[in-house]
Design a protein around this ligand. Structure first.
Ligand code: A3P
Length: 349
């Protein structure tokens, strides 16, 4: 009897080990995370990394990641197959991704705000550089198996050089880039580091600002990220669109209309108005499909430290930068962007 139990247990362990060994690394990560999540132990692997780690992707591009465990996912992204009707929202993190995701989704779904409220953004979009996680994040696996007859919506914070090779080599689908003035972008990223336990501690504001200015945050250099997308945009204007956080803030309706034109969607005036009403900061911060409160239950976001929908303003940098920090930043910004044709607004009005 003991012998049979022993053989059975051994066979189960061996079969499981072989099955796990044959799985793609990314699926192993998802399975492990989902098991830990079910047991309520996911915080074990979400424990704050001490510092970001520099890794080199197989195309030689160097990137800072919170964990080297993320590298296999980046390799999958490089090989990812695009579809001709894909929509991708690409940003440096905290530039206004969520805002534009909601606007774009509504434009493409006839301003159906009820449908938008019925499913979180995490269930309407796939996050390209992330493995699927629990019931909150649709990652690259979901994107791969997305029904062929349904348009794919995805977001990414990756530098252009880490996007799928197919997309790097030639336009595919439509890409919307969102940019934000770097002072406010940095402040928002600082608070995001305080709330997301998967990222290294930001340190003091002053320490974080130094990291941001030297490209040492996990999102990499803001300057390199934005300038590369802007450069590509010059050659791909029919498939790429650039919008700034500040222009959305100053004239949401006009920007929604321009986006609708870019996405080749004919919307009525009342549909545009419905999108504008739905996408104000006050509306989106109360909406559980857009304010990421669903992520709180996974333990990944600590809403006590900061909210995802935090302030939603232009110029909050003035509450963080000292006079000296601001003038040093301005000088560095002048230097690094002197050849740029892309301009930024730092003032609310
Ligand atoms: P703050 O931290 O400055 O408040 P992302 O979606 O790229 O992570 O960016 C998040 C930032 O966009 C946050 O900035 C958030 O408040 C802001 N945001 C999101 N939706 C917004 C909206 N409808 N109007 C204005 N700001 C919005």
């Amino acid at each position: 009897m003991m012998f049979i139990i022993g053989i059975t247990a051994f066979s189960i362990v061996l079969t499981t080990a072989l099955w796990v060994k044959r799985m793609r690394t990314i699926n192993r990560v998802t399975s492990m995370m989902n098991v830990l999540y079910k047991l309520g132990l996911q915080r074990l692997v979400m424990a704050r990394p001490k510092r970001a780690q520099e890794v080199t992707a197989s195309n030689g591009f160097k990137v800072l990641l919170p964990s080297a465990m993320m590298l296999p996912t980046l390799e999958e992204v490089l090989k990812f197959r695009m579809r001709s009707d894909d929509i991708i929202v690409a940003t440096y993190a905290k530039a206004g991704t969520t805002w534009v995701q909601e606007i774009v989704w509504l434009i493409c779904h006839d301003a159906d705000t009820q449908a938008a409220k019925a499913a979180t953004l995490g269930k309407r979009y796939g996050f390209l550089e992330t493995p699927d996680f629990a019931d909150v994040t649709q990652g690259i696996q979901t994107l791969e198996s997305w029904p062929k007859n349904k348009r794919r919506f995805m977001k990414t914070h990756l530098p252009f050089q880490l996007l799928p090779y197919e997309l790097q080599n030639s336009p595919k689908g439509k890409m919307i880039c969102v940019v934000r003035n770097p002072k406010d972008n940095c402040v928002s990223l600082y608070h995001f580091h305080r709330m997301w336990v998967g990222l290294p501690e930001p340190g003091t504001w002053s320490e974080f600002l130094t990291k941001f200015c030297t490209g040492q945050t996990t999102s990499g250099s803001w300057f390199d990220h934005v300038s590369k997308y802007w450069q590509v945009y010059q050659e791909r204007k029919s498939s790429m669109y650039f919008v700034s956080y500040e222009s959305l803030k100053k004239g949401l309706k006009g920007e929604v209309k321009k986006l609708a034109t870019f996405l080749e969607r004919n919307l009525t005036e009342s549909q545009i108005d419905a999108i504008v009403r739905h996408c104000t900061f006050s509306s989106m911060s109360k909406n559980s499909s857009t304010n990421y409160t669903d992520v709180a239950r996974t333990g990944a976001f600590e809403f006590k430290a900061s909210k995802f929908m935090r302030k939603g303003e232009i110029g909050d940098w003035k509450n963080h930068f000292t006079i000296n920090q601001s003038s040093a930043f301005d000088e560095m910004f002048e230097q690094r962007t002197k050849d740029w044709t892309l301009k930024f607004e730092f003032e609310p009005a």
